[in-house]
Design a binder for this molecule. Structure first.
Ligand code: SF4
Ligand code: SF4
Length: 98
């Protein structure tokens, strides 16, 4: 199990309140809001962390580049390079299962 699977499994085992707090903490490193693909709809819905949460539905539909390879969270957990565009293509876990 790699670092990403570890944090993902930890999140899945957390109670809702604890999970919410951890997600907010992780969101602090997410660079999606400065990505060219990020749009006003996603901003208004405060959507981030697509690598964990999964696709942006229905906000982000046009791929205009992806900042995941430069994201500190991605670097920390070893993701964002092989797979990215999580907002339109699904979470890291979904990619790995394909
Ligand atoms: S890897 Fe991409 S989706 Fe995940 S936190 Fe970083 S910028 Fe956001
Ligand atoms: S997942 Fe990638 S493409 Fe989508 S908003 Fe985040 S950085 Fe941009």
């Amino acid at each position: 199990m790699d670092k990403f699977e570890e944090i993902f499994n930890q999140l899945m085992e957390m109670l809702e309140e604890e999970k919410k707090e951890k997600i907010e903490e992780l969101e602090g490193d997410c660079v999606c809001p400065i990505c060219p693909s990020y749009n006003q709809c996603a901003k208004d819905s405060d959507e981030k962390l697509f690598c964990i949460i999964g696709k942006s539905e229905p906000c982000i539909t046009n791929e205009r580049g992806c900042m995941c390879p430069t994201c500190p969270l991605a670097a920390k957990f070893g993701i964002g390079v092989k797979y990215n565009f999580y907002c339109t293509r699904g979470s890291e876990i979904e990619h790995r299962k394909m």
